[in-house]
Design a protein around this ligand. Structure first.
Ligand SMILES: C[S@@+](CC[C@H](N)C(=O)[O-])C[C@H]1O[C@@H](n2cnc3c(N)ncnc32)[C@H](O)[C@@H]1O
Length: 221
């Protein structure tokens, strides 16, 4: 089957024999890909909205996987089951993801692995999960249809990170791939434009932006 490079990269980071919940599954292509790999994965495809779930059910049925993927409607981690050990969330903003975890902190006790591909605010996720007993074991940047996506794999455990590592990603910082320079180069341009457009009365916001710009320039030079 053909799925996007972004979803394939996430799928290939899932450990064999995991019990997965895909929160915000939409079309459920990722869950179909995981079951198709035949490496002992069980999956719940969940979404808060009914429209995407109908779409998911149709796709799952077309691969005759109705008995292998449980489709559940629910907000965030509500549909998580007792045996779930892996959470996947992709295609939402970082703030939304952190909100989902904050609302369900006790449920993280049973979780071994969290795979995320946020559309924004990646540093918020690194900061939040590293304060809540997870550490980064993999980080990838993937170019898919002209957009660079970041994909993070956390596992249960503790590791202390420096500020720069939380911002840029400890593993990405070490690798410093060409995509890393493209990704953060774009981020730098976005921040510079925002600073230019921000009226001088926003003193604190401007000060914060200048600090980030300096940090980005320092890493990219
Ligand atoms: C942009 S789609 C991403 C689909 C897929 N995960 C992917 O990466 O291609 C976001 C999906 O998340 C769902 N969603 C948004 N907030 C949610 C929440 N709090 N709980 C569950 N699903 C949510 C939306 O209904 C939508 O189907």
């Amino acid at each position: 089957m053909k799925i996007s490079d972004r979803l394939k990269t996430i799928g290939d980071m899932v450990d064999a024999n995991s019990s997965v919940i895909d929160v915000g599954c939409d079309h459920a292509w990722l869950d179909i890909y995981l079951i198709n790999k035949n490496i002992g994965i069980t999956a719940i495809a969940s979404d808060v909205a009914l429209g995407p779930l109908e779409h998911a059910k149709k796709n799952i049925a077309s691969f005759q996987m109705d008995s292998m993927i449980r489709v559940k409607q629910g907000n965030g981690l509500d549909p998580l089951e007792e045996d779930t050990d892996t959470i996947i969330i992709s295609g939402m903003g970082g703030k939304t993801m952190v909100g989902i975890f904050k609302n369900n902190l006790p449920k993280l006790a049973q979780i071994k692995t969290i795979l995320l591909s946020p559309n924004s605010d990646v540093q918020l996720i690194r900061t939040f999960l590293s304060k809540n007993s997870f550490y980064l074991t993999m980080e990838e940047l993937v170019l898919d249809h002209g957009i660079i996506y970041s994909i993070l794999k956390f596992q249960k455990g503790y590791k202390k990170y420096q500020k720069l590592e939380l911002y840029f990603g400890p593993i990405l910082l070490q690798k410093r791939s060409p995509l890393f320079y493209q990704y953060y180069g774009k981020e730098l341009k976005r921040k510079e434009i925002t600073l230019q457009l921000l009226p001088s009365k926003y003193i604190r916001k401007r000060w914060k932006l200048k600090k980030e710009i300096k940090m980005l320039q320092g890493i990219l030079k």
